[in-house]
Design a protein around this ligand. Structure first.
Ligand code: DAH
Length: 339
């Protein structure tokens, strides 16, 4: 009997060695120590033995059963542990790998300048108006009192596109569109791209940006224009900045003027920025021409208005001391990172 039990043990160990998952171990448990196992069979037949033999054999069977039970449970634990380890290994995160740095962008100087100018006018109660970049001859020229033979319409300045359209050469076209759409009081700014067939150099580009402004109401005067523009310039370049108006000509304003600001760099003494004059040319402006009001359906006997147009690249260049306009379009990351 003793040999038999030993051979059961040996075979159990050998089968356990081959059991490589939990299911196999459970099957083995049933087959080795389950109700129908050989071992349990022996236990059941103890009654057939003599009373002297019974306790010793019973003890041996129980020991064998306990031994197998122990080995099964060890094997089961080992399997669970190794499955757990495998999962931990596969899910492991290496916290020592250096992180990926995300390059932080910066805002483009043009956008900075535009936001700054826009926010000054929004603060003064202006609304933002828009118009298309591709315009008709009417909105870009005719309605602005620019006659058919005007030199600005020359092929050299204007990009003509198919169908009789032009790429707008000035945001002044938005004045007309706004007046057609809206009755006074009108108080708008219109920032946007404009196009001229210019050669590229440090101060010219075939595409640049302007910010147009239009105010139309009862009793608007040149004094309102002057007050609004000096408030704007002082917010932009500092509260001690002076402005001056020089007579000029634009077909859509009468009278027309160009506005200069005292050089914020040298305070008017004369330096490289103002080319020694103490003044910096900033923008064109004037009182809206009665003909322009009339064409847009606004009675010039009842209403008056002022308008101005400012180059945004020029503002950005002055504001950030940029000497070449091309830097604003080339988008060299070494340049952009400085803002
Ligand atoms: N449109 C003009 C230009 O492109 C700028 C300008 C001048 C706009 C006088 C105005 C104005 O509204 O009143 O040069």
């Amino acid at each position: 009997m003793k040999e038999k039990l030993e051979s059961i043990r040996a075979s159990a160990l050998e089968r356990l060695n081959r059991a490589n998952d939990l299911k196999a171990i459970e099957e083995l448990r049933l087959s080795l120590i389950g109700k129908k196992s050989e071992l349990m069979g022996i236990l059941k037949s103890l009654g057939a033995l003599s009373p002297e033999e019974r306790p010793a054999v019973g003890k041996m069977v129980n020991e064998t059963s306990a031994f197998i039970e122990e080995k099964l449970s060890q094997a089961k634990q080992a399997l669970i542990l190794s499955a757990q380890n495998a999962r931990l290994m596969s899910e492991a995160v290496d916290v020592t790998i250096p992180g990926k740095r995300r390059a932080l962008g910066s805002r483009h100087p043009m956008q900075l300048a535009l936001d700054e100018v826009t926010s000054v006018f929004l603060g003064m109660g202006y609304e933002i108006a828009e118009g298309p970049d591709i315009e008709t001859d009417y909105y870009n020229f005719e309605a602005l009192n620019i006659p058919a033979n005007h030199p600005a319409k020359d092929e050299q300045d204007t990009f003509y596109v198919e169908g009789g359209f032009v790429l707008r050469t000035q945001t002044s076209s938005v004045q007309i569109r706004t007046m057609e759409r809206k009755r006074p009081p009108i108080k708008i700014i219109a920032p946007g791209a404009v196009y001229r067939s210019d050669q590229v150099d440090a101060t010219h580009s075939p595409s640049f940006h302007q910010l147009e402004a239009l105010v139309v109401d009862h009793g608007i005067t040149m004094g309102d224009l002057k007050g609004s523009l000096s408030a704007f310039i002082r917010q932009l370049f500092g509260s001690s900045t002076q402005v001056r108006f020089r007579p000029h000509h634009f077909p859509f304003t009468e009278p027309s003027a160009e506005m200069d600001a005292s050089c914020f760099f040298c305070n008017g003494k004369g330096c490289r920025i103002c080319k020694g004059s103490g003044w910096i040319e900033i923008l064109g402006c004037g009182m809206v021409h009665p003909k322009v009001l009339q064409l847009a359906g606004i009675d010039p006997d009842e209403y008056t208005g002022f308008a101005f147009g400012v180059g945004v690249e020029r503002i950005a260049m002055l504001r950030f001391d940029i000497s070449d306009m091309r830097l604003l379009f080339e988008n060299d990351i070494r340049f952009l990172n400085q803002f």
